[in-house]
Design a binder for this molecule. Sequence first.
Ligand code: C2E
Ligand code: CA
Ligand code: CA
Length: 480
Amino acid sequence: MQKNGELLTEWLIIDTVYDENKQPIRRIAIFTDLTERIQANRTIWRQAHFDHLTDLPNRLELKERLNQRFKELKKNQKHFVVMLLDVDHFKDINDTLGHHYGDNLLKEVSQRIVQATKNADFVARIGGDEFVIVFNDIKSTRHISQIATNILLSLSSVIHLKSEELFISASLGIACAPDDGENTEQLLKAADQAMYKVKNNGRNGFEFFSQDMREQAQARMILLKDLRCAIELDQFELFYQPIVTLNDLHMHKAEGLIRWQHPTRGLMSPIVFIPLAEETRQINKIGQFVFTQAIQTLNDIKRITDDNFQISVNVSPIQLSTPNSGIDDWYTMLKAAKLPASSIVAEITEGLMVNPEELTQTRLKTLVQSGMQLALDDFGTGYSSLAYLQEMDTDYLKIDKRFVDNIQADSKELVLCEAIIVMAHQLGLKVIAEGIETTLQLQLLREAGCDYGQGYLFSKPLNKKDFMALVAGKKEILSK
Ligand code: C2E
Ligand code: CA
Ligand code: CA
């Protein structure tokens, strides 16, 4: 006890002092005040176990608590539920508004979650914009769904951050112990897989973990593994789909489309593996493969025609935003092949144009300055802002197949196509219609003033041998 009455933790050492004859003459007691040291230890522990921004338990603390729950579960059979919440598009908000706003937003989100889950055991923040909410012993799915709905609802009302008004949403994955996982790691993984499903379904919602999610995730892992060695094993092939001028059906361009010959699953669609390749940055290597192939083919074409033939390559946003993607080597590669930069058209998507990162912006500018051309792919499926087109120096606009599919005389889609074509022309862009399958579509698009067309009516994507035969004029594009 201190003089002021406060309790004090101390360390006591008692020692004995001896005389020359080794007889004890005195005992000494040394007291050390440990209050500060204990306080410091406590602070260190807290820093290691709690998140400094929201003051919620962090990943380490969450794991320790869940490990404890699993131990208890063996004894008392008490089930528990974890919800993994991830704020949708948080990175965009953070990048656009800055980290200071991002931090304040996360504080607000954490408060709203805590408010909305008063019956929760606890809420943890396990990184960036990810939170985990743990509930003890709720058994009915209806009850859990109700709570999840409440959380999402509480996040949906406007958030005021200084002068900004923000609307956010979140994706929630739910897993129940012990059914969905026998240990902490498995359970959190299950919640993550459920959350991933919500993201894939368009975000802003919740999903319970199910066994087939685990199977899908496993299949995905295997595919990712196979993808990693597909280039080395020579399993990719670039196909070419002709792009023709609509008035005379001459082919002056083609689009390069990648194909993956999987050893056991057969020909895989790029729609399946491109997103995976983007996730793992594997797309950069694939992009380099595509570019190399395109250059070789252009050189082969040059030998048989004197045409200014162009090949379009699809460029993923990842290739533009990753520092060492290889895209900066394209200019030397073209030079080495003695090809003008204008023989390549880079097809990019609209998403790229909304808040592009600095590196992406610089690269797009360099690309245009080099003489390469730009095509805006899938027009009409994304943000569809004509303002971006002008800003980006785009040369071509590709009308998405979805529009082309439904055009008929007097249809809404035809009016829309006509309007897009007129506006594009006013901005100095040429229009390519994708996915033309019928002569009626061809005729209507021609009448609407569309410049180019691509689709099964003219030709499916062809392997290099068949494509070269077509270029050499050994085959007809379409019996006119
Ligand atoms: P995209 O760039 O919109 O390519 C057009 C897709 O429409 C191609 O599908 C093509 O085969 C298909 N198509 C063309 N005409 C018709 C038609 O008349 N009817 C029908 N039903 N389909 C038609 P594909 O080859 O399966 O490629 C799908 C997507 O994968 C491409 O869409 C593109 O976004 C991506 N992709 C393909 N190759 C590459 C690549 O080398 N790199 C990157 N990053 N993405 C690629
Ligand atoms: Ca394309
Ligand atoms: Ca397209």
